[in-house]
Write a protein that binds this ligand. Sequence first.
Ligand SMILES: [Zn+2]
Length: 414
Amino acid sequence: MTPKTTGPVTHCQICGHTKLIEILSFGHQPIVQEYLTEKMLHEPEDTYPLNLVRCSACGLVQLDYIVEPKKVFPKEYPYRTGLTNMLLRNFRQLADTLEAEGLFKKGDLVVDIGSNDGSLLVPFKKKGARVFGVEPTNAAKDANKKGITTVQDFFSAVVVKRILKKHGKARVVTATNVFAHINDTSTLVRNVRALMGEGSLFVSESQYLLDTLEKTEFDCVYHEHLRFYTLKPFMRLMEMHGMSVVDAERISAAGGSIRIYAKRGKHPLSARASKLLADERKAGLYDAKTLREFGEKVRQKKRDLVSLLLECKKKGRIVGIGSPARSNTLLGFTHIDTTLLDYLCEKKGSPKIGMYAPGTHIPVVDEGRLLKEQPEYALLLSWHIGPELIQILRKVGYKGTFIVPLPRAEIVAD
Ligand SMILES: [Zn+2]
């Protein structure tokens, strides 16, 4: 049975099984990148169910509602990969690794799905690869401006045909922080496979459920992330389409991710991937009890964060540092709004400046205001790159106290 591609999810997004068990409910939440203008504050705001469920057959953890992709990734989608240093480092490392292992060479075609502003392809191009990006939002325009050829469209059979006709098969196909975003898994994998020849490599990076559980990283749950990959269901998905996972590794990107390598045809699994598979089992990722406990831990984290902020608020002003997508789940689920946080600071040049965060309606301002006003507390909403942010903000002259919301709500000394 083909799973439904939008609306309530009644069948597992990989195996089609109907028994989906709830792990955690976030209630109804807005789309995390749907920032509001002043005018929009006076209009109704759309929200959608946000619940985490687990397939009792293949173990895939997934959302139980899929929002229309055009709503989730509108043309004016504000995020630009190039603003996140952690990701730029990760992409350079990926290009270095693949080159060192002889997995692509000068003149080979590298295609990136959901390529945003082309940041992933830049180091591949520098190494002499021909590069091609596919990106539905206006980030594609930024990519083209910096010389990374990008088609502004959703990744589809039509786009694949066009690439094949003009550029031929890809040596490497990448999908980073996007493979869990596309609603119809069967069509997606078929299209990826069509781009590949024998010996081509598919590289997927997604937030990893093992990290999500270890760090109680519940803020990575939002409507963009339809599936929370672990190795076992991912292998099943590849096998369903005549591909096999050949290797997998944990990487630190995006608060803890899994990088999975797959090829066409049947191939053995590497030793480190087999070990990861065993680690997943040991950690209880396919265990109903572990996942239920995760749900309870998340509710406790919510209470801890709210009580810490209430304490701090008695002593001074609190502002948020950054307004990443993930922070809107965190703030929405914990009901933290301008009662506690005066504003959210974004780096100069961010298209979110002058807008309001979805759901909580906290204003987003230029980071310069933090330095001028010196509020007593700064809540690091990109807590997964907390130490790097603290260093930067101290250097530019912020003198207040830092708070991290996760993995434990606490004041951090530096
Ligand atoms: Zn399933």
